[in-house]
Every structure is written in C-alpha cells, then in structure tokens.
Design a protein around this ligand. Structure first.
Ligand SMILES: Nc1ncnc2c1ncn2[C@@H]1O[C@H](COP(=O)(O)OP(=O)(O)OP(=O)(O)O)[C@@H](O)[C@H]1O
Ligand SMILES: [Mg+2]
Length: 235
C-alpha cells in the first residue's frame, strides 16, 4: 500500500504540497482540484518521479527516496501528455520497450504486445509510426505501454484530456476493469462514479476525502466560492 507521511514540497520556495498524510488502500481512488492545486505534483511523488522536500512516500514500507527503481517498476504512471511518453518509432515497438530486460522471452513479448494492442483498439496500427497516431490514439498507446508492464498500481494524470467521448468511455471502462489499484487525476468528474474514494485538493492540501458524490459536490461548491486565480498560492 502507498502511504504518505507529512509530505511537503515547494518549487523555488513556493509551497505546492503542504504536510499531506494519506494511506491509499482503496482499489479506485480519484484526485480532483483546481488547476495548480498540486495534483500532478502529488501524483509524481507516488512513484518517486518527485521526492518531497520533507516527509516520506512509502510503498509497502519502501521509501521512494531510497527505492525509486523498484517503486517505479511497481507503480505505473500515465501522463496526460501522451506524445511525450512515446519513445519508439512504431506502435508495437513503443509498447514492447517497457518489457525488454524484464525476463520474458521473444514469444512472450510478442504475445503480450499483441494482446494489449488488441484490447486498446490499436491492433491495426501495430507497425505504424507512433507519432502519426491521433491525439486520442496516442493516449490509448500511452496507457497500453504502461499496462503491458503489469504494474501493481496505476497512476493516471488526466489520461482522457484529448479524447473524444467514445474513447473517454473506452479508457473509463479499461480503468474500471483493471484488477490493479488505480489512482486517477481528472477534470472529468463523471468518470469518478463508482470510485471507492475521491480526494479533493486545494492550494496544496487535501481538503476533502470521501465518497465520489460528496467529493464532487464539495469541489463544485469550492469552485463556485473561490474567485478565479492564476494558480498562484503564496507560501
Ligand atoms: N517543475 C515545476 N517548477 C516550478 N513550479 C512548478 C513545477 N511544476 C508545477 N509547478 C507549480 O506547482 C503548482 C502545482 O502544479 P501541479 O502541476 O501539481 O498542479 P495540478 O493540480 O496538477 O494542476 P492542473 O489541473 O492544471 O494539471 C502550480 O502553481 C505550478 O505552477
Ligand atoms: Mg496536473
């Protein structure tokens, strides 16, 4: 289980995460909040992409400060900027690259790549240049490339931003169907129906933690009350 203990982080002296302590045990957890509230920063601490200035992030007791490699293998991360996540020329190669050096044989690799492309509607694009996929197809590819490595926990930072309604549904269904734990950051509040727990962030703090309906209501109220800002929060 992921556990945050008094996690605090600043960029250039500006506090972005303020003393956050959480145990993330539920199967499907949502994280919502205004632009600039700190969601992506928090998400990046979960697999050690960001090590907090103070406090600890632990996965089954392993600290991201000292076990980043192992934790990164167990906690998969899907970025909203899918294009930035594409590293190989063709679709199949991009999915395959994460499996290399992890032990599976050539046949096993081919089979896993075939399955994951099939499942994400990309089978017909197997040998196409990945950079020529549409924005939505790139997001599907990014998800496929992480899922093929079979992480225990999947952290998705707005994986549906570029998608059409049909592909939003496809990603939603994919996330719902996963056996592994999912931590989803999103501005698509409908996606959170049926989640086990939703956290609301504001100015670097968790200001609500509960069921999806109540969290969405809290967030909606919060946004109605607060004047638009530029995401600037003084520490
Ligand atoms: N690498 C960085 N260097 C300096 N400041 C940063 C960096 N990354 C994020 N910030 C700042 O930290 C704050 C929180 O950013 P973060 O990306 O975590 O917010 P967010 O909740 O994910 O927002 P959004 O909904 O727009 O994705 C913002 O004010 C942002 O400008
Ligand atoms: Mg973000």
């Amino acid at each position: 289980m992921l556990r945050l203990e008094n996690v605090t982080h600043a960029y250039d002296g500006r506090l972005v995460l303020r003393d956050i302590s959480l145990e993330l045990g539920e199967h499907r957890i949502g994280l919502i909040g205004a632009n600039g509230s700190g969601k992506s920063t928090l998400a990046r601490t979960l697999n050690g992409l960001i090590v907090p200035d103070s406090g600890r992030v632990l996965l089954d007791g392993l600290d991201t400060r000292t076990h980043a490699r192992e934790i990164r293998r167990r906690v998969g991360f899907v970025f909203s900027d899918a294009a930035a996540q594409i590293v190989m020329p063709t679709v199949a190669e991009d999915v395959e690259v994460g499996l290399r050096g992890r032990g599976p044989t050539r046949e096993e690799i081919d089979e896993r790549v075939r399955c994951v492309l099939e499942r994400h509607g990309l089978a017909g694009h197997r040998d196409h240049p990945a950079h020529l996929l549409s924005g939505g197809q790139k997001q599907m590819l990014a998800l496929a490339s992480v899922l093929v490595t079979e992480p225990e926990i999947l952290v998705c930072d707005e994986p549906t931003t570029l998608l059409d309604l049909r592909n939003i549904k496809v990603i939603e269904q994919t996330l719902r169907g996963l056996a592994q734990q999912v931590i989803l950051l999103t501005h698509h509040l409908d996606t959170l129906a049926g989640f086990d727990r939703v956290l609301v962030m504001d100015a670097g703090s968790i200001v609500f933690d509960g069921a999806p309906d109540a969290a969405v209501a809290y967030y909606t109220e919060l946004m109605a009350l607060s004047a638009p800002t530029e995401g600037e929060h003084q520490s």
